[in-house]
Each structure stands twice: as C-alpha cells, then as structure tokens.
Design a protein around this ligand. Structure first.
Ligand SMILES: *Cc1c(COP(=O)(O)O)cnc(C)c1O
Length: 388
C-alpha cells in the first residue's frame, strides 16, 4: 500500500460549494439542480453524465466518491450504484444484447450467476467455468461479448491469472469485467492487468461499517458512459448522497482497516492451519507461498475473508461450531469492522455443494478488527464444541 492511495482515501473535498471549508464532504441532499437559464438547462441535460441535472444521474457527493474510486483503481471514470448487485446488473444489462454470450470463470458470487440465469430469458446466454486455471479460449464462442471473473473467487478464494486471461480476451476483442470486492482497490488493481471493468460491492470493506450498501463500476470514460446511460439511468439503482457520504467515511479509514484485517487474518490462518479439526483453509495467504509469481503479479495484500473446512463436514458439526462462537456473529455479508461467520452447509445439501465444487464442512469467516488473540480463542471455543 502506498501513500498515493492513502491520500486518495483521505483527500479533501474538491467538489462544488466548499463554502466555509467543511472538512467532511458536503451531503448534497437534493433531487435536482436548478439552472440559471434555459440554455444552460438544455446544454447540461444533453450531457447528463458530466453535469448535475437530477440526482438519479449525478450528484456532487456521489461524484466525489466516484472520482476517488476511479483514482484508486487507476481508471478514467467510475459510476456508483445503490448496491453491488446494482452495479453488476447495470454492467450486464447495460452492455449486453440478445444473442450475446457471457463466460464466467472461477467461483462467482451466487446472485451474479442467478442474474445471468435470468438474462437467459432475455436471450443472453452464459457458461460457467469454475476452474480458475481452465483454458479460457476453448470456452469462447463467436458470440462471447464478455468474460466475467472473480479473483480471488467466491467461497474458495482461488486465484486466477488475470494477465493470461486478458492476453486472450484483448486479442479476441472481448470485454472483461472483474468483481474485485475481496481485494479492495488497495490490494489489487485489475485495470493495470488489462481488465476493462472493475466492479466492487462497496457494502463490504470500502463502506466497512456494515451500515450502508453500495456498488461501483470503474473503467474507461467510454464504457462507463455507456453503462451510465443504459444500466444506471434506465435501471435506476441509484446511490444517494447520504449513502455516498457513509461510503466516503469508510474510505477514509480503508487503508488502516485493511492492514489490520490482513494482520488479524494471517494470525487466525496460522492458527487454523495447525488445528487438527481443520481439514483445509482457503485464502491466498494459506494456499500460496509469499513469493508465488501469481500472487506477486496481482495482489499487494490480503483481506480478511477466508473459509475453512471442518474435518467433520456434517450440518450438525457446522451448527455446533457456529453456535459456540461469541465474537464471530452469524450473518451474511462481510468486510465490516465486525467478525462474521456463515456457511453454505444445510441439512442434506452435501451432494449439491459437491456438484458445485464446494467441499463439505465449509465455514466462511470474515475476520474483523476485534484482535487476533480474541478471534483465535473464539474459534477454539467453536472447535471444542464440534469435538463433543
Ligand atoms: C456482496 C457481494 C456482491 C453484491 O453486493 P451487494 O452490495 O450486496 O449488492 C457482489 N460480489 C461479491 C463478491 C459480494 O460479496
């Protein structure tokens, strides 16, 4: 993590109306912006992506956040949304047309794949290749318009070689998009590896306080403009100024939080790797040597989301483990200040999970900021309960 990124996260307001020098970004709580003349109104409405006309389109508080996120990712432009799914929906729904094919590679966030399934009804079909090391080119068709990936992937946090991917897609003139939520813009910058669009759920680490949902798409001016006019303006998953100010508050401490999440996760993982009740740990820190060329070429740090496999993979054992935890709260989402636990294991779904490449006894941990020693003691409480 470098000081440039720290200063992008903490930098002062540079939008309109700094007035008396407010140190926190002003919240432009307004649905519309009145113009001095009809001529101004007509001119600005004709280029709504770069003018403040209506808050369903642009808003100065939201624009300030967009500018920071574009800078962090090294992109020309960014557009924020009311949620990560709002951003994903705007990319898929805004860029694709009937007859197009989308290739998903690696383990991808469940609702993203459900959306892809739904788009089948609109004539957009897709293929899912869960092996991050698969030969991508062999799965492309002449209708493939987009390759959509996650790295690290959902649930198993497997890495895929982004440079190798974009070498193929660029040659074939196919767009690529990545869901970069796990790594945050601080630890992975996919645009520099040739990816066209970077998506985040800002609900996770960037917001960081589990009090706001949001999403963003970062890319070239041209692609983001296209997504703005179709996926954003017409689907309407708009981030409000109030939500943007909450995400901006999170952004200011993102660098220090990520360093702490990383440190806590490493200590927790060191403990898990030694524990007899744990069959495997899934996280790049656990699964790759520090000098692994793939890690070195694309990740500059680790976040705190990992999964572990309990040796006893049944629903009862998972329940006993999860219920014994005190510090790790039971819930969806991740990336906030608080430690969270969840699991895809349900009574009788082992075969279904296996069919999707998810091992039995999988438990997902979002390692929060409470302190590694307490987190380890809490997990040991869980392991003691599974041994009963
Ligand atoms: C949570 C999540 C999303 C969706 O974001 P929301 O803000 O919940 O809509 C997308 N991708 C990943 C990897 C996520 O964890």
């Amino acid at each position: 993590m470098n000081d440039t990124d720290r200063q992008i996260c903490t930098g002062p307001w540079d939008g309109p109306g700094d007035g008396p020098g407010a140190i926190a970004p002003p919240i432009f709580q307004t649905s519309l912006f009145a113009k001095a003349s009809f001529g101004d109104f007509v001119r600005q409405q004709a280029a709504e992506h770069e003018n403040y006309v209506y808050s369903r389109g642009t808003n100065p508080t939201v624009a300030f956040l967009e500018k920071r996120l574009a800078l962090l990712e090294g992109g020309e432009a960014a557009k924020c949304f009311a949620s990560g799914m709002g951003a994903i929906g705007a990319v898929l729904g805004g860029l694709l047309k009937a007859g197009d094919h989308v290739l998903f590679v690696n383990n991808v966030y469940g609702p993203t794949l459900e959306l892809a399934q739904h788009l089948g009804r609109l004539g957009i079909d897709h293929t899912v290749v869960t092996d991050p090391g698969a030969d991508v080119e062999s799965h492309l068709t002449d209708r493939t318009a987009l390759v959509y990936v996650e790295s690290p992937g959902t649930m198993l946090m497997k890495l895929m070689d982004l440079r190798a991917l974009t070498e193929v897609t660029r040659r074939r003139g196919i767009l690529t998009a990545i869901d970069n939520t796990w790594a945050t813009p601080l630890f992975q910058k996919p645009l520099g590896l040739g990816v066209d669009l970077v998506i985040h759920s800002l609900t996770k680490y960037v917001g960081g306080h589990s009090d706001v949902t949001g999403g963003v798409v970062v890319g070239s001016t041209e692609l983001v403009r296209e997504i703005f006019y179709r996926g954003h303006q017409l689907f309407g998953a708009v981030m409000s100024a109030m939500e943007a100010s909450l995400v901006l508050r999170g952004l200011r401490t993102l660098p220090v939080r990520m360093e702490q999440h990383q440190e806590n996760a490493a200590r927790v993982i060191d403990h898990l790797l030694e524990h007899p009740a744990v069959a495997a740990v899934h996280h790049p820190y656990a699964n790759h040597a520090p000098d692994d060329p793939l890690v070195r070429s694309q990740l500059t740090g680790y976040s705190g989301l990992l999964s572990l496999e309990l040796r006893d993979g049944g629903f009862d054992a998972v329940s006993r483990f999860v219920d014994a935890l005190r510090l790790f709260r039971i819930g969806v989402s991740w990336g906030g200040y608080e430690s969270l636990v969840s699991s895809p294991v349900r009574p009788g779904n082992a075969a279904q999970l296996a069919a999707n490449g998810i091992p039995g006894g999988l438990v997902r941990l979002s390692v929060g900021l409470e302190g590694a020693q307490s987190q380890i003691e809490d997990l040991d409480r869980g392991f003691a309960a599974t041994a009963r």
